[in-house]
Write a protein that binds this ligand. Structure first.
Ligand SMILES: [Zn+2]
Length: 326
């Protein structure tokens, strides 16, 4: 294994349903430049792949490098990913079926590429870069547009028989709950994701409930973002406080279940929603999880917010690219 120097650059890419993030990382896994682009999934796989290539080129150009100075590219894709074959088997939010993403990117970038599921890259990023102790058993939940999850068991990413393990967001919390995008009812994603939180607030506004969000954004709540919820919480808005406390409670139930199943040393809760509202949500998540967890499982257990936020994905993708380049 060759030692890495600071000039050993890799690129990490986080491909999402709405945006593409690319970051250039040096040999010490520090992000030295980044680029962001909308995905435009409606343009089809070829269009999206073209945009990924441009996003990578922009990030590399931004820090005055060329692709020739980059060793490898790692990319996290939503959906079911066969990382050995380098294919995205299925990604509902992109409308992709069996797309040879690795081969296409390698051809267009002229660099080795590794692909992995987007939640798996987040847990790898958090595990490798955020916790120096490298916990052997760790569970991650990432709360954003949806809720993703990842598992590090016995020191390694656990991906299951068909690479599909870790769909922790689709853990059913309430069998009579709202319908989820996956077809089940009451998944934690259908209760506590940003989409679920926004939908509930919109429903309550339609019913005539009061919130300062309508003063901030109008009755249609146009352009509502997680940051607006944080402001409403700060100003003591009752409706938003209730909705966020409920969302945190459901995540806490999910974490309690996960603690009982996996007995991890560490549970990390990350993603864009947590980045904005960890202060309000973490105490409820922890308290609910501790109530639900069995006695023996909580000894030494830590439940923490991730500090990497939206950068967890590009960081984990860079970690995989680095492994590939060695
Ligand atoms: Zn679901």
């Amino acid at each position: 294994m060759a030692a890495t120097s600071k000039s050993d650059y890799v690129v990490g890419v986080d491909l999402g349903g709405t945006k593409i993030l690319a970051g250039v990382f040096d040999g010490a896994t520090r992000c030295v430049s980044r680029s962001k682009m909308t995905t435009k999934a409606e343009r089809g796989a070829a269009g999206v792949i073209g945009r990924i290539v441009r996003c990578v080129q922009d990030a590399v150009d931004e820090c005055d490098l060329t692709l020739k100075q980059v060793k490898a590219v790692g990319i996290g894709s939503p959906g079911s990913v066969d990382s050995e074959a380098g294919r995205v088997v299925f990604a509902g939010n992109l409308g992709w079926n069996n797309i040879p993403l690795r081969k296409e990117l390698e051809r267009r970038l002229g660099l080795p590429v590794v692909i992995e599921n987007d939640c798996n890259i987040c847990i790898i990023g958090v595990h490798q870069e955020e916790f120096a102790a490298k916990p052997r058993n760790m569970v991650g939940l990432f709360v954003g547009t949806g809720i993703g999850g990842g598992l590090i068991l016995n020191g390694k990413l656990f991906s299951g028989a068909a690479g599909m393990a870790g769909e922790l967001g689709h853990m059913v919390i309430d069998v009579n709950g709202p319908k989820c995008t996956c077809g089940n009812r009451g998944c934690v994603e259908a209760l506590s994701s940003r989409t679920a939180i926004f939908r509930r607030i919109q429903d309550e506004v339609k019913r005539g409930d009061k919130t300062i969000l309508t003063e901030m954004l109008g009755d249609a709540l146009e352009g509502l973002r997680s940051g607006d919820l944080r402001k409403a919480l700060k100003r003591g808005d009752k409706m938003v406080t209730n909705v966020i406390e409920d969302a945190a409670h459901y995540i806490g139930v999910a974490v309690g279940n996960l603690v009982n199943i996996f007995n991890p040393e560490l549970v990390v809760v990350g993603g864009g929603v947590m980045e904005q509202m960890a202060e309000a949500m973490m105490p409820i998540i922890t308290e609910t999880a501790m109530e639900g967890a069995f006695n023996g499982t909580t000894r030494g257990l830590r439940i923490l917010p991730s500090k990497l936020g939206d950068d967890a994905g590009i960081t984990g993708a860079a970690v995989l690219a680095r492994r590939l380049s060695k």
